[in-house]
Write a protein that binds this ligand. Sequence first.
Ligand SMILES: *Cc1c(COP(=O)(O)O)cnc(C)c1O
Length: 398
Amino acid sequence: MTERFTGSFTQQEPIPKDGIQAAMRVLQHGRLHRYNVAEGEVGETALLEQEFAAYTGARFCLAVASGGYGMATALRAVGVKPADTVLSNAFTLAPVPGAIASLGAKVVFVGVTEGLTIDLDDLAGKIGQAKVLLLSHMRGHICDMDALMAICDDAGVIVIEDCAHTMGGGWNGLMSGRHGAMAAYSCQTYKHMNSGEGGLLITDDEELAARAVMLSGSYMLYDRHLASPAPEVFERIKYDTPNISGRMDNLRAAILRPQLRNLDAQVGRWNERYQVIEAGLRDTPGLQVIEREAAEQYVGSSIQMLLLGWSADKVGDVIARCAARGVELKWFGGEEPVGFTSTYRSWRYADAPVMPESDRILAGIVDMRVPLTFSLTDCALIARIIRAEVSAVYQSQL
Ligand SMILES: *Cc1c(COP(=O)(O)O)cnc(C)c1O
């Protein structure tokens, strides 16, 4: 009998009960705007910022409308101007080069390794081309952050981290997002905390924090924040920082606060699932699992595998055969962007030169979501299906 998987790859867990109750309280009192607070009341958004700052160990935190907005705000806060160049990953998702393009700046792509992290040799070669690196920890793969920071610090390049897939992860004991000058996280439905849309921005730098708060649309109400710099810092920047509204609201923050309390436990559950799938895929002929560094504290909310050297047709066969058995795989090597997968070549506004070594790797990247609604038994079944179909197609091409 051919095994089939019947679960959904896009079904999230429900919002925790205390999140629903907190959301109901906000709906009942009606004060959804973050600055709309009663006398003596502290809003949910300000509390979320305080709690996320404490969770990451950052001095300052700002909650915003999306992860993409957080990245663009960070780029503005560090002073990126139209026509500036910004270094970023060739392997990432569209909102990353999009954040750079939203400022009228130009992206210079840096290649990807077989570990699916940024290619540090390529970075070192291009480091003189920009003053800022928007580093995307794409699909939760964290490069050697000590080596990366040494390259960037030597060159005076400011690092902004895109932690959409590493919330709760870390490198060498330091939380992901704590190496660079600023870091942006996403609270969109498919990330590690779910408020539909939303984002968080952290930094230790008081001037960057103040600029980000002003940029997000604080008017002059920044004293209602709990994880922001002192008023005198705002005095220095308030006349030359535009308001580009992108605040979070109290309803979303109410939903997120209980999820933050539960985040470490969720990370553990993701990694259990990830490890079952990885173990089931290891040593499949023709398939390469992505090896993790010991220093990498990853969050296995998705899993990637490499079908290196395979033709597009054969990768397509694997994806179709797995889909026929209920397993949804995505491919990053396609010529046309499909769903959330696209490559640097699809972002034609960036006008990037061809990167043959990255193209070779991108052409082999197969990607799968690991929702927490999967059981460990589901994960073992999914791995058996992928293994069988990869093996069948691989043998047919020998
Ligand atoms: C989702 C995502 C973002 C942006 O998050 P939004 O909240 O959707 O704007 C940024 N980078 C990566 C790698 C992402 O997957």
